[in-house]
Design a protein around this ligand. Sequence first.
Ligand code: ADP
Length: 779
Amino acid sequence: MLALVRRRGSSAAAADPRRGTFGGPLLAAIVVVAGLTLSGLVHAELRAAQRDNADRVMDQRNAMALAAVTTETERYRSLIEAIAAGIGTDDRFVWEDFDAATAPLASARLIGAATVTYIVPSTTDKIPQTQAYWRARGSDGLVLRPAGNYPEHYFAIFTRQLNTVGPLLNGIDAAASREASSALVDARRMSVPTVSDTYVLLRDRNLPRTRQQHSFVFVAPVWTREAYPEFRGWIVLGMRSQDFLSGVLATVSQGQLDGVLLADNQDGSRPVVARYDVAGDPDLTRSARFPVADREWTLVTSADSRRLPGARSSLPLAVLFGGAALALVLAGLVYLLATGRSRAWARVQEATAELRQAEAESRRQAGLLGAIMTSLGDGVGVVDENGSFLLHNPAAKALLGVDADVDDPAAWQHHYGLFRPDGRTPFPLDELPLIRALHGESSDGVEMIVRNPHRPEGILISVDGRPLDSSAGQRGAVAVFHDITELRRYENDLAVFAGVVAHDLKAPLTVIRGHCETAIEDLAAAPADPAVAGVRESLERIVRAVDRMAGLIDTLLAYATARDAPLRTRTVHLGALVAEVIQDRTAHLRPQDRPGVYVGPLPEVRADPAMLRHVLDNLVGNALKYVRPGSTARVDVTGETDGDRARIVVADRGIGIPDADKPDVFESFHRAHASAGYSGTGLGLAICKRIVERHGGEIGVADNPGGGTRFHFTLPLAAGSEEPISAEDAALERALAERAAMENVAPPDLAERPAGEPSAARLRAPVPDPPPTSTGPSG
Ligand code: ADP
């Protein structure tokens, strides 16, 4: 159930990442849209708040400008009104009075004010009179200059210049200006201060057009203060509107406010009185009307909201771009997170696929190994470093006859029933190939008998042991073994055959030879006759053939002995043995046929003397045999020690061995010079090899420098103080060994053969009875 739930869980999880392929970009897009929308909203909100703020600031600035303009115009109006009122009280108004009355204006910082003038009316006919009158009152050199044919003229009598320089222009006629005369007339008519329409001041009309500017005049009528007031004239304040507006707004606008002053002219027009511009692109505008004397003027202010303090900042834009950037970053992160899962999933899939592939491959390998193990005829056993079995193939179980393995090496001998080849001695634990392999030592062809309740008959096995290859990933050992019972039986059959040949054929040969020799001796006494000579020759040929056959039988016997006869090692005096061999080989030769022999100092070795004699006899015999026809043989026997080994060299000056034959001359029945007429069996060197190897040595052949052949072989050096065996004893030993080889050969199951069979000797490697403790299959 748990597994089912897990499977469901994992299949649900498997669906998600596939959605994640599209989900990642979708989520990222949603985040981008949401982020941009939010940034836009906040931006709009901030902009709206900014606009409100700008409006508020603009309102404040406009109010300030309006207040300034209103205050100033009102101040000018009230100033000239006060002057006019003062003059009205003066019965005898002269220049000094005017000068005193208008003196405060000079210090009143009247922005834009050009002149303050006292103007009196006069009809054309009264001009000389008026002129004389005002000359007498302080207007020196006054010349009234009527402007034209007007019913009434308005002459400037006294003038004070404010913020301006130039001639005093007393005596000019204001009637020349329609706007000024209209304001004068209105002021007199209404008895209130008035303001004129805009025009170019008479004094400015001589200036270049670019320097002329809109101007206007404040006019205050001068009436006496009597019960019946009498009109005297006007106090006129000439204003340059551009200077006025610039001066007033320069302070209050702080360079942020544009201003346009619009006058309401009597004809209903609304000309621009003055314009004040500051830098920027105005987007906020306010318009307000305010009283100027008897009229209402309009002040239009405008400003660039970006230049108004606090009205605008880069915050909304920063919020917009910051928000957009944040949204993009966030979207990127979301995308990474969302697709990260599918990427991880893809990687997991990839790794899983690789894992599956590796698993399939290792399963295939394991299957292959299993199949190989199953089909192997040889038994294979693998143990870990503790001796616990990792593997035992079917052949191993079949060979050992035991199904269950036991992991304690100390119990192996008893469990599997392992004995030495004698069938009786339990196999020592330390010598078991697996144990030796665990100690890093390889072993080959270790023979042992397996006999247990499941294998009561016992089998002979040959075991190879190797340390486990390090590529296996763990320490251990492997043993490969196979049943050699049948092989040994076959070999024994051959040995038996050899024994039979030796035993049963040699006796008749001896008889034949004896009879031949007797007949030859008898014929020696017979008279010389060609027929007798022919018989004698035939008999001698028979003797030679019998000798050859006996030699062959001896060789075969030696061949069997070399392999099967037990080694009886002794300390052997090599020098004496070599001398004996050479003596045997050369004693019968005529002095002129004797070979050149050199025997160097030779060490004592540990060997089976009878077998070692075979080796030396074969090598010396070959050295004497393989010589060029007509030449005398030469043989040198030398020895040296190398560590605990002796190295013996038998060299000759004979025909040598072709290189192609050298690797094979130690094989049974291989002959290199068979066609050259040298007799032989091809077994001599094979016997030598067997014997040397059974002594743990090695044998080889090389060319003798200068011609001939050099054979060498190694043997263990004699270790202790043991007495070397005498030549007679060695001969006796040899005879015993050969006899043993003849008799002591039989396959393990030979005992089951019919009792009457002649070769039914006892088992060479008998299988002992089961040990008394082994009572059942499990034991
Ligand atoms: P054989 O009975 O033929 O001598 P061996 O086993 O003793 O058999 O030698 C094998 C072959 O090696 C010989 O047939 C011979 O061709 C070659 N051989 C052995 N010893 C010598 C030697 N000293 N000089 C030349 N050839 C040799």
